[in-house]
Design a protein. Structure first.
Length: 271
C-alpha cells in the first residue's frame, strides 16, 4: 500500500521538471493525478516553456504506473481557467486531497525583457493565489482535510540573485508565497487542511539548465558563487524535492503545517 494510496492530487506546472516529478512520485505511492500546465510560449521567457507534448509525456508516465490521470492546458494567471480545469479534473478523477502549487518561471537573462518583473509576479505569486482559491472551497466543503504544498526556493528565504527586474521579481514572488502559505496555514487549520512550502536550491530542470540561465550566471559570477552549498553537491534532482513533497502530503507529515522545508544542502543555513 502506497503512502498516498487512493488520494487525488492537483498539480500545476505538471508538464515537466519538478511538476512532472511530483506527479510521478505521488502516482508511485498510489495517488491519481490532475496535472495542469500553460503549454504555450511566454514572450518574456528566454527559454522554451513546456509544450502540450510534455504534458502528454507526464500523462503516459502516470498511466504506466497504473494510476488515473487527467491533464488540462490552463494558465495559472487566469483564475477562471484554473478553476475550470480543477472542476473538470474533479469530475473526471474525483475529489482532491492534495494540491501542489508548483507552476513557476525564472526569467533571468543577460538581456531580459522589461516585462520579466510583472510576468514573474503574475505566474509565481498570483498564480499560487489563484490555484489555492480555486481548490479550497471544495476541500472545506468535503470536510476530510487535505494538504497543500507551495513551491518556493532558497530565494524565498534569502535575498539572492541581484538587481535585475527578473531577479527581483523571482525573489519577491518566492518570498511572497511564503506569506500566502503561512496565512493559509492559519486560515485552513480548523478544517484540517495543512499548508507548507518547499525551498530547494538549484534543481536540474529545463528552467535551470537553460542556456540563458548559464549565460546570466556567467555574467554575474558573484551571484553564481552565492549559490554554492555547504554540502559539496551538484544540482538537486527533481525527485529530491518530490520526496520532500511526498512527506508533507502523506500521513507522515499529518501534523506539519505552516513550515518552510528546505532541500538545499545547507544553503539557507549558510552565513
Amino acid at each position: 500500500m502506497g503512502r498516498v494510496d487512493g488520494k487525488v492530487a492537483f498539480i500545476t506546472g505538471g508538464a515537466r521538471g519538478q511538476g512532472r516529478s511530483h506527479a510521478v512520485r505521488l502516482a508511485e505511492e498510489g495517488a491519481d493525478i490532475i496535472a495542469v500546465d500553460m503549454c504555450k510560449p511566454l514572450a518574456s521567457a528566454p527559454y522554451d516553456l513546456a509544450s502540450p507534448e510534455d504534458l502528454s509525456v507526464t500523462a503516459r508516465q502516470i498511466e504506466a504506473l497504473g494510476r488515473r490521470v487527467a491533464t488540462f492546458e490552463a494558465d495559472v494567471r487566469d483564475e477562471w481557467a484554473i478553476r475550470k480545469a480543477f472542476e473538470a479534473g474533479v469530475g473526471e478523477i474525483g475529489p482532491v486531497d492534495i494540491v501542489i502549487a508548483n507552476a513557476g518561471v525564472a526569467l533571468l537573462a543577460v538581456d531580459e525583457a522589461h516585462e520579466a518583473w510583472q510576468d514573474t509576479i503574475d505566474i509565481n505569486l498570483t498564480g499560487v493565489l489563484n490555484t489555492i482559491e480555486s481548490v479550497v472551497p471544495s476541500m472545506i466543503e468535503r470536510g476530510v482535510g487535505g494538504s497543500i504544498v507551495v513551491a518556493s526556493s532558497v530565494a524565498g528565504l534569502r535575498g539572492v540573485l541581484g538587481p535585475s527586474r527578473a531577479a527581483l521579481g523571482y525573489v519577491a514572488s518566492k518570498h511572497g508565497v511564503v506569506g500566502l502559505m503561512r496565512s493559509y496555514a492559519n486560515i485552513l487549520a480548523p478544517h484540517l487542511i495543512r499548508v507548507n512550502s518547499v525551498h530547494p536550491s538549484g534543481v536540474e530542470t529545463p528552467m535551470i539548465t537553460a542556456a540563458s540561465m548559464a549565460a546570466f550566471l556567467d555574467a554575474n559570477p558573484k551571484i553564481a558563487a552565492g549559490f554554492a552549498t555547504p554540502m559539496p553537491i551538484p544540482l538537486l534532482e527533481a525527485r529530491d524535492v518530490s520526496n520532500a513533497v511526498l512527506y508533507l502530503v502523506s500521513d507522515d507529515g499529518r501534523y506539519v503545517t505552516g513550515t518552510t522545508l528546505s532541500i538545499d544542502g545547507g544553503r539557507t543555513n549558510k552565513v
